[in-house]
Design a protein around this ligand. Structure first.
Ligand code: ADP
Ligand code: MG
Length: 595
């Protein structure tokens, strides 16, 4: 399918300036096809892959139709989720940047009616909303559609899947008949075709095949893996490829929570999205993710539906999606705009058959690969380090330390030994020799992986995954538990780049540091708990930096943990009932006279 410059599509100077400002060089195939029909007032049914630019395909002609002097709703976009509504609204905002007086407003459940009502009353001409909330506003009389010119159904198949059929039909019936209808759907099941027949007039069908040139460039691989080794495989792949930005899909909310906690405790910067998370929180998470405020988003399909994030390096199907279509939706978030992305799918046990049938029916192009060994991970990390070093040398991005080096050389050390010693120091942070990986921030978090033993997962991982290269010895394990430093340098919590004081510098006894309050946990030596377990759990569950945990003193069947006084309440509340080492935690304040 051809692509044309926007300037050939009969658009206003305001829109041309806006697409230029957005950095779009030319219209994508779906845009090239849809925009002229949209401009001519025709109804359109559009079908194309995720990431092919459908939003601008309908938003551009819709914006061109708006009369900004008329402060009434003229464009209504229905979409399946609040996230998508917000995104589409943002895209409208950007595209209409130079069209003065145009106001768009997203309306969706979970946000107060009052606020949405105010935006509507202020005269928004473009409303982007989920069908349920749009219906509500129509019934309350806060959304009037008598001046509507364009109605858009974005991801119509999704909306039907989500049970919005009645709402959609009701809305379509209540809008003026002299309106233009732009209809987008990835698939065209019978129900959709019926809707199209009933509510569009002589529509122009535009279908862009997802062949090589348009298809997002995604390298797709699947791994057969034992369910309990999935986390291990996940972290290996992340480390092997040095990924910094991706989404990890799980099939349930519970799995999302669990995986997010695990990854967090292992030192990865993660956050989560699923249906039980409040709207305010979701919006925060999404914004933070887009700004790359953390590395990996753990999410369910519904929560991440339509989420548009640029430059995603990777999508993990930690759990298999329901069908080929969901698969395509998920992986469509990587490899956008001609960039190459990666998609990894994990299949456990019988899921293999399901995947094979998906591959067959949806003609997916996924190849099988062997689970990478720990040695390969190590080697890859070494390569990354050498590359970084080379770049630093080539670009001369460093201050020279000639004097210091000369002094060492004069004392008879060779330059190669000096360099090796430096690398060693970087790897170990100047502590116990551990065969830790080379790059620094990454090294810390890998080390965390190696040492982290979440009860069943890592322990059993040994069985079917190749042995790890460097089992890290517990630091100073010869000392009795209650007097050794609470956390090993490479323990999970220490890996978090929270600006925390390294955990191993902490003082050994609890209840002595100012600003800290000792708490008692009903878990101790008999439960085989380690300081790393506790710090990992506390940081993971509260999502606070590891440095809120001070000294840890493990006793026979209880443990005293110093916690930054300001966070004591949160720790007590959030940790209660959490399972550590099969023990349901009880947390209480240590009475002042206890030692
Ligand atoms: P879809 O709705 O088809 O899944 P989107 O409309 O969400 O796709 O667009 C995907 C991404 O591509 C967005 O980040 C969007 O800004 C970008 N995009 C859209 N059109 C173009 C274009 N003509 N050139 C470059 N990038 C574009
Ligand atoms: Mg879209």
């Amino acid at each position: 399918m051809e692509k044309r410059p926007f300037s050939e599509l009969g658009l206003s100077p305001e829109i041309l300036k806006a697409v230029d400002k957005m950095g779009f060089e030319e219209a994508s195939p779906i845009q090239t096809a849809v925009i002229p029909f949209g401009m001519a007032g025709r109804d359109v049914v559009g079908q194309s892959a995720t990431g092919s630019g459908k939003t601008a395909a309908f938003a551009i002609p819709a914006i061109e139709k708006v009369d900004v002097r008329l402060r009434k709703v003229q464009v209504l976009v229905l979409c399946p989720t609040r996230e998508l509504a917000v995104q589409v609204s943002e895209e409208f905002g950007k595209l209409a940047f130079f069209k003065k007086g145009l106001m768009e407003v997203p309306i969706y459940g979970g946000q107060s009616y009052e606020r949405q009502f105010r935006a509507l009353a202020a005269g928004a001409q473009v409303v982007i909303g989920t069908p349920g909330r749009v219906m509500d506003h129509m019934e309350r009389g806060t959304l009037q559609l008598d001046a509507l010119k364009v109605i858009v159904l974005d991801e119509a198949d999704r909306m039907l899947d989500m049970g919005f059929r009645d709402d959609i039909e009701h809305i379509l019936k209540s809008v003026p008949t002299e309106r233009q209808c732009l209809f987008f759907s990835a698939t065209m099941p019978r129900l959709i075709q019926e809707l199209i027949k009933r509510y569009t007039r002589n529509p122009e069908w535009v279908r862009i095949e997802a062949h090589a040139a348009n298809a997002p460039q995604v390298d797709q691989v699947y791994y057969e893996v034992d369910r309990r080794n999935k986390i291990e495989l996940l972290t290996r792949l992340i480390d092997l490829h040095d990924f910094r930005f991706g989404i990890i899909f799980c099939s349930t909310k519970v799995m999302v929570d669990e995986l997010d906690d695990h990854l967090h405790a292992r030192g990865y910067a993660t956050d989560r999205l699923h249906g039980d998370i409040t709207q305010a929180q979701r919006t925060r998470v999404m914004e933070k993710f887009r700004r790359r405020g953390f590395e990996f988003l753990v999410a369910t399909d519904v929560a991440a539906r339509g989420l548009d994030v640029d430059d995603l390096e990777v999508v993990f199907n930690f759990d298999l999606p329901n069908d080929g279509e969901d698969y395509t939706h998920r992986i469509g978030r990587t490899g956008r705009a001609g960039k190459k992305g990666k998609a990894f799918t994990f299949v456990a046990g019988r899921e293999l058959y399901k995947l094979q049938s998906m591959i067959h029916y949806a003609r997916l192009n996924i190849r099988r690969e062997r689970v990478p060994s720990m040695d390969e991970v190590e080697e890859a990390k070494g390569n990354v380090f050498v590359e970084k070093l080379r770049a630093t040398l080539d670009e001369k991005k460093f201050r020279s330390h000639d004097q210091m080096i000369d002094r060492l050389l004069e004392q008879g050390y060779t330059s190669t030994d000096i360099a090796s010693a430096l690398i060693h120091l970087m790897q170990t942070d100047g502590n116990e020799p551990a065969k830790a990986p080379p790059t620094k921030p990454k090294a810390e978090r890998i080390a965390a992986n190696e040492n982290y033993t979440p009860a069943p997962v890592a322990a059993k991982a040994e069985r079917s995954l190749p042995p790890r290269a460097a089992p890290v010895p517990p630091v100073r394990s010869s000392q009795p538990e209650s007097t050794r430093p609470y956390i090993t340098p490479s323990a999970p919590a220490a890996a978090r780049p929270a600006g925390a004081k390294p955990a191993y510098e902490r003082k050994p006894r609890t209840g002595r540091e100012p600003g800290f309050t000792p708490l008692s946990f009903n878990i101790g030596r008999v439960h085989l708990v380690t300081p790393a377990d506790l710090v990992g759990k506390i940081a993971g569950v509260t999502r606070l930096p590891a440095n809120i945990v001070g000294a840890i003193d493990i006793h026979e069947d209880y443990t005293h943990v110093d916690v930054a006084t300001e966070h004591v309440e949160a720790v007590v509340a959030k940790l209660a009932g959490i399972r550590v080492k099969s023990q349901s935690l009880k947390v209480s304040l240590v009475s002042p006279d206890a030692k």
